[in-house]
Design a protein. Structure first.
Length: 490
């Protein structure tokens, strides 16, 4: 933390006190948009800066005269390049009934965060009276002064960071989880906010390895971040404020998403002796992201990939085919008897049929293959990594297509639930016409593959439906010649 940063943070702290001594109000722009704080009167968590300012103004308006505040001591602690905590020990002289004001000892904690180029207050908490706080977490003004002078002689920031008592004092009321690890990734400290988020008490976390907190993907993220840090150090460009997202294990068996920002703790020789950082819950944000992704890439009815995701999956399959020199197959499937169910029973019945078709298709292919709803009653299946021999690949694709054809031809038992009448159970039979085209690498474009599969599917319909046709270049050439002659005759 630079001298300019400390000056800016101290100015925020002084302005905060000035609000109470002058009763002139405070500017919302000096608070973070996600500001939170604990009220002094009822210790309730206030979650917006507007509510905080309104509550403060209301409390100040009740006073007949301005407060007198004596600042006994103040400490500024850097937790990361963008996060700092200011702890002040105050004597507040409250207006009293008698001739002398009533003094109260107050511990004030402000969590400040740098946003863009400015420092802002992101969290507030105060303890009144100070002696209600747990033992060893608040010191007298004289002790604080002596301790600060000692720390300044021994490089105050480094010594203060090693002091767990002071670290707890500054972080116990933070909304985000503050934690420290040793060099082997075992917890040496975690703030009480973790118990509110995950349900584990501190003594159930301290001494345990950080991997116990995450799922496999989270562990992989930690290992990847460590590799990136080692690589950056090797290039002489050490990383700071490493950030990643991971699922966190809760005591009740649930999982929450968290955004982790951490840094390394170094000794005087530059050797890593631990890690420290903050974790913020982002479960709601991840759910919103998943919903956006679901809408962008998946069909809302069948939950199958839509055209956008299909193009990406097919492109990956074609690239893998070229790299491994294995064939792939694209199937274009159209239901033969779909319109009558809509005409007889309405779109509810048609939707139920499409959902059932999607479920049956999933059982006919491997997890590595892709099923997509192309539109209406049309589906696309992409088979990846078939054989390197074209004849063997043809047999493999024929086997899968035949399994799909027979599976979809079995009767459908559908239960229709209408709002204005009793449930209705119907039986429906629906077959499919399937066109198949093999591909090797990226010899033709995605659009051309679709055209060939679509052409073969219509050939299957012309042959009587409920059948399979593989793409035949000779048939395509014959059709093209016929269309060309008709155009010349016209």
């Amino acid at each position: 933390m630079t001298a300019n940063d400390k000056h800016a943070i101290r100015s925020l702290f002084d302005d905060y006190l000035r609000m109470y001594t002058t009763q002139d109000g405070y500017h919302t722009e000096q608070f973070s948009e996600d500001f939170s704080g604990f009220g002094c009167a009822d210790n309730a968590l206030i979650k917006s800066r507007e509510d905080w300012l309104a509550t403060s103004q209301q409390n100040l308006s009740r006073l007949k005269e301005p407060l007198r505040i004596k600042l006994n001591d103040v400490l500024i602690q850097s937790l990361a390049d963008t996060v700092a905590v200011v702890t002040g020990l105050l004597t507040v002289y409250l207006p009293a009934q008698g001739p002398a004001p009533s003094p109260k000892t107050v511990r004030l904690v402000l969590v400040c965060r740098r946003e863009s180029s400015d420092w802002k207050i992101s969290h507030n908490s105060a303890s009144i009276p100070c002696n209600l706080v747990k033992d060893n977490e608040v010191y007298s003004a004289q002790e604080l002064t002596l301790h600060r002078q000692t720390l300044e002689q021994q490089q105050a920031a480094e010594a203060l960071r090693k002091s767990e008592a002071h670290f707890r004092m500054m972080t116990e009321n933070a909304v985000d989880v503050v934690w420290k690890l040793d060099e082997n990734y075992f917890f040496t400290y975690i703030s009480p906010a973790d118990e509110k988020r995950r349900g584990y008490q501190a003594n159930e976390v301290i001494g345990h390895h950080v991997f116990e907190m995450f799922d496999e993907d989270g562990i992989t993220s930690i290992k990847r971040a460590a590799e990136q840090r080692h690589e950056a150090e090797r290039r002489g460009m050490p990383l700071t404020d490493v950030t990643f997202e991971a699922k966190h294990r809760c005591k009740d068996g649930n999982w929450i998403w968290g955004e982790i920002c951490y840094n390394t703790e170094l000794d005087a020789n530059g050797k890593i002796i631990g890690f420290y950082g903050m974790s913020r819950e982002i479960t709601e944000r991840k759910q919103m992201q998943d919903q956006v992704r679901e809408l962008a890439f998946y069909d809302p009815l069948t939950r199958l990939p839509n055209r956008h995701l299909l193009n990406d999956r097919l492109g990956q399959a074609m690239a893998a085919s070229r790299r491994k020199q294995h064939y792939g197959a694209l199937m274009f499937l159209d239901l033969d008897n779909f319109k009558p169910i809509n005409d007889s029973h309405g779109h509810i019945a048609g939707d139920l049929l499409l959902i059932e078709v999607a479920q049956r298709l999933k059982k006919c292919v491997r997890e590595m293959d892709t099923i997509a709803r192309f539109g209406g009653d049309e589906f696309i299946i992409v088979l990846s990594e078939l054989a390197s021999d074209p004849t063997q690949s043809y047999v493999q694709a024929q086997r899968v297509a035949e399994n799909i054809r027979t599976t979809l031809a079995e009767s459908y038992q559908l239960s229709l639930n209408y709002e204005d009448k009793a449930s209705t159970h119907i039986e429906h039979f629906c077959t499919a016409s399937i066109g198949v085209v093999l591909f090797l690498g990226q010899a033709v474009s995605i659009d051309e593959l679709f055209k060939r599969a679509d052409f073969s599917m219509y050939k299957a319909k012309e042959s009587g439906r409920n059948s399979i046709r593989f793409y035949n270049p000779a048939e395509q050439a014959s059709l093209d010649d016929s269309q060309h002659e008709n155009s010349l005759g016209a």
